[in-house]
Design a protein around this ligand. Structure first.
Ligand SMILES: Cc1cc2nc3c(=O)[nH]c(=O)nc-3n(C[C@H](O)[C@H](O)[C@H](O)COP(=O)(O)O)c2cc1C
Length: 193
């Protein structure tokens, strides 16, 4: 697996925007079975080991799961306010749930669970997301095991094949398009903003 040229650039941008905790949030768009887009904010949980895949966590009961199973193509849109630049990362999602039998990916799921705060872990024991509001007791479950993930806990990986990087600073602005071919070779083209 060749590391993509945009990966190190994104890591640098995250570092330069580190003062703002919300720099780790991006929007992830998926496609519903009816063809409509669905978009939501998620937290960037780092890269999967030495790969170009972005880690996200999510709940197996959430609406995005059906969408991803139906159509794994997705696009992330990420704006960094301090340095004023946008990344649009388009690619395929891989869902790693409790039933995933790939040993390495299951290991990544478990270690991601173990790295979460208690506060983040307990949300996977809350009442079904997207269903009619439950009673308060449904949001006060016992604290889940910190080692073994709850079955609802999923690791989601976004493997970009196209990355569009726009920098607003500069006159005129700068824009770079990174694309990946079937042999996983990346090329970068400077394009008009
Ligand atoms: C700042 C912020 C961070 C969020 N982070 C996540 C996340 O990492 N994973 C996630 O599944 N939902 C996250 N959410 C909630 C989602 O935006 C969304 O409401 C939820 O996942 C249900 O989406 P769905 O119905 O499209 O599946 C976050 C929301 C906000 C406002």
């Amino acid at each position: 697996m060749t590391l993509a040229p945009w990966r190190q650039i994104l890591i640098g941008v995250l570092h330069r925007n580190r003062k703002q905790p919300y720099s780790r949030y991006f929007q992830l768009a998926t496609v519903q079975s009816c063809g409509y887009p669905a978009n939501r904010t998620v937290v960037f949980r780092g890269f999967l080991n030495d790969t170009n895949q972005l880690k996200i966590i999510t709940d197996s009961r959430s609406q995005k799961i059906d969408q991803i199973q139906h159509q794994p193509f997705a696009e992330a849109c990420w704006y960094f306010t301090e340095t004023r630049e946008q990344f649009r990362l388009a690619g395929k999602l891989t869902l790693i749930g409790s039933d995933c039998d790939d040993v390495e990916l299951q290991k990544a799921r478990v270690s991601t669970w173990q790295e979460l705060s208690d506060n983040a872990r307990v949300q996977f024991a809350w009442a079904d997301p997207g269903k009619k509001r439950a009673n308060p007791e449904a949001f006060a479950p016992p604290q889940p095991d910190a080692v073994k993930p709850l079955p609802e806990f999923c690791l989601l990986l976004l493997n970009p094949v196209k990355v569009d990087h726009l920098q607003l600073k500069g006159e005129p602005q700068n824009r770079y398009l990174y694309t990946c071919d079937e042999l996983e070779n990346w090329t970068c083209l400077e394009i008009n903003p």
